[in-house]
Write a protein of this length. Structure first.
Length: 247
């Protein structure tokens, strides 16, 4: 028990230090306004750090399921960040995907019955939807959309997708595995009570994922922006590997 508690504290400290290191690089990132790849990359990096910091705060408060949900969001952002850093051409695919999602939203609003959101529905004309559809179709000829799994595989994050991403998706979608954590079972396997408050269960794996995702995000943005190497990064990454071996 003592070893487990000690390892948890080490994971907590490592996650905190990893996030701090990533934030320290913010002032070194000079944004070239004409470079779309770098602009998208730094936006993804900023979102990644915010997502991870949010997950870290939730985990520290014992809100494990909510922390996992935000971690899943962060991992998707990490994958997209890596993909943008790897290829400037990916920006067009990503923008096309965003437009496709916008089209779905507009069509969804159009289907709302009269009386609800009338002011919004009035500006979503058939012409507007038709123009967006035509634009998307024209651009789709030149840009192949990729699934998040395809993106993860392209940047050597396929294993992360098939493990942490899928695992934390249970909490995002309220699958049975996540719901069970809100129930307490007695010695005979029957439900004894309900967990209304944060459980404070050990979340070493989740804290470790905060560190891994943060350090990997820094590595990718560092390569694209040619940021100066930092000895602290190597120290923290070695500490992450040590704690992974223990668990």
């Amino acid at each position: 028990m003592h070893k487990t508690s000690t390892t948890y504290q080490e994971c907590l400290v490592l996650a905190d230090r990893s996030l701090a290191l990533c934030k320290n690089y913010r002032n070194q990132i000079q944004i070239p306004l004409t470079d779309e790849q770098k602009l998208h990359a730094v936006a993804f990096y900023a979102k990644l750090l915010r997502d991870l910091e949010g997950a870290f705060l939730l985990l520290k408060q014992g809100m494990i399921s909510q922390g996992r949900s935000l971690l899943r969001i962060a991992i998707e952002c990490e994958i997209l960040l890596a993909r943008v850093c790897l290829s400037a051409d990916f920006c067009e695919s990503y923008l096309l995907y965003a437009e496709s999602q916008r089209l779905k939203l507009l069509k969804g609003v159009q289907q709302i019955k009269t009386g609800d959101f009338d002011e919004v529905r009035s500006v979503i004309t058939k012409e507007l939807v038709s123009q967006l559809e035509t634009s998307i179709e024209a651009r789709r000829e030149q840009s192949k959309q990729k699934t998040i799994f395809d993106c993860a595989s392209a940047v050597n994050l396929g294993t992360v997708y098939n493990t942490a991403y899928r695992l934390f998706s249970e909490d995002v979608h309220s699958n049975i595995g996540a719901i069970k954590s809100y129930l307490r079972y007695g010695s005979e396997g029957n439900v004894a009570s309900i967990n209304w408050e944060p459980t404070g269960e050990n979340c070493r794996a989740e804290l470790s994922e905060v560190s891994r995702s943060a350090l990997n995000g820094l590595s990718n943005i560092g390569l694209l922006y040619k940021l100066a190497a930092n000895e602290t990064y190597s120290i923290l990454f070695k500490e992450y590997q040590r704690l992974e071996d223990i668990s």
